[in-house]
Design a protein around this ligand. Sequence first.
Ligand code: PXL
Length: 276
Amino acid sequence: MKRIVTIQDVSCFGKCSITVALPLISAMGIECAIIPTSVLSTHTGGFTGFTFRDLSEDIPKISDHWKKYNLHFDCIYTGYLGSHSQIDHVLNFIKDFKKEDTLLFVDPAMGDWGRLYTGFDKDFPSHMAKLCAVADIVVPNITEASFILGEEYKTSYDEEYVHTLLKKLCQNGAKRAVISGVSYESSTQGAVLYDSEADEFYSYFSEHLPVEYHGTGDTFASVFAGGLTRGMSCKDALKLAVDFTVDCIKQTMAEPDDHSYGTKFEECIPNLISRL
Ligand code: PXL
C-alpha cells in the first residue's frame, strides 16, 4: 500500500486542506499520514474572526519521533502553510524524509483572484518559492505562480503567458510545474503542465462553471497527488484531478443551498473510485 504524508493546516469548518486531502487520498486506496501545521476554527476565506493556533513547534517534534520508526513516504504533499517558520520546518522535514523514491508534491496554497489570502505578508511568496524550488512537482494557480515569480498577475492572458510562468517555475528548481484554474476562453477551464526534463507541455480543459467554491484547489491537488502516487502517468492523473474537481463543483451547484465555503466532494467519492 502506498503512503502519503500531507503537511497543511486543519480548518475545523470549511472543507479545505486536511479535511479534503485526508478523505480523498484514503478513498484512493492510499494511506494518508498528516502533519497539521496549524488549527483554525474556519478557513480564512469568507469568514471573519477565525482562531489560528500555530503548531510550528510540533513539526520538528513529530519528525524526530517518526525518525525513530524509520517511516517511509511515497509522497510528501505540502499545502497551505501559515508562516515563514512553518516553511523552514517543512524544508527540514524534507531533508530527513525525502528518499529517492519519494515524490515531493508542493501546492503553494496562498492566494487566488490576484490576492494573497488574509494573514500572509508580501514577503511570504518569496519564502514559499524556496519550497517550490526543491519540488518534483509544483501546482500553483495563476495568482500563486505570479506571486512566486514576482510576475504581473493577469486576469486575461494567452497560452504564451501561462507557458512562460510554467518554464520560470521550473527554472526556479521544480522538475515539473502545473498551473490550475487556467481559462483561455470563458467556456473552458483546466490545467497546464510543463515537464522540464522532457521539455513538453500538456493541457487538459473541461467546462468553466460560473461559480467559486473554496477548497477546489485542495481537491485538485489531493487527487492529482493521489493519482501520481498510485503510479498513474502525469497526464492521466491531471485529467482525473480536473474531471473530479469539475464533478464536485457541479454536484455543489445542483443543490441551491449556500455552500460556497466548500464543495460537496463527499457525494462524488464513488465516481472517483470508479475511475481508478
Ligand atoms: O484552500 C486553501 C486554504 C487552506 N487553508 C486555509 C485557507 C485556505 C484558503 O482560503 O484559508 C486556512
